[in-house]
Design a protein around this ligand. Structure first.
Ligand code: FES
Ligand code: FES
Length: 173
């Protein structure tokens, strides 16, 4: 058995410890944010945060999450609410600024890759408040095991969405 915290809730998982974390999240916990794209750490669609660091859940065994904190796309609003100290009622109607920026910039096309894009953006903006375009490009291309791929080519909108979210998140820091 593996115990981990997923989106703020302690979970005890009975699956074999070498089960890919992605399968546990999607099949056992019914979290459909992380997507199965390549299954080989080559596209980024399955990304989640593990103790705040973006990982590819398709190649991460369940055992690697033992005792750690996993945040999926579904957990971003609560993560933001906790960071900002929002009240429970405000938190319930608040998206993470990254999600809001993605909507306002209409970043997704088919949408399949966008989970990983938003997770990567979260990791970046939690460490670099106002990244340059070069830093954004670097985060999405060379900072992980492989670049985050978008078959639809929404890269320009993604960069604009990151910049929009950064402006909101940087307020009051
Ligand atoms: S599905 Fe995990 S990196 Fe592609
Ligand atoms: S929006 Fe379709 S793969 Fe990125």
């Amino acid at each position: 058995m593996v115990t981990m915290t997923v989106n703020g809730v302690r979970r005890e998982i009975q699956s074999p410890t070498n089960t890919p974390l992605l399968y546990v999240l999607r099949n056992d916990l019914e979290l459909s944010g992380p997507q199965f794209g390549c299954g080989l750490a080559q596209c980024g669609s399955c990304s989640v945060l593990l103790d705040g660091k973006e990982i590819r859940s398709c190649v991460t065994p369940l055992s690697a999450a033992s005792g750690k904190e996993v945040t999926t796309l579904e957990g971003l609003p609560a993560r933001w609410a906790q960071q900002k100290g929002l009240s429970k009622s405000d938190a319930e109607k608040t998206l993470h600024p990254i999600q809001q920026a993605w909507i306002e910039e209409q970043a997704p096309l088919c949408g399949f890759c966008q989970n990983g894009m938003m997770i990567k953006a979260t990791e970046l903006l939690e460490h670099v408040a106002r990244p340059t375009v070069a830093e954004i490009k670097e985060a999405f291309t060379t900072s992980g095991p492989s670049p985050h791929l978008c078959r639809c080519g929404s890269y320009t909108a993604i960069i604009q969405a990151v910049e929009r979210a950064a402006a909101v998140m940087a307020k009051g820091r």
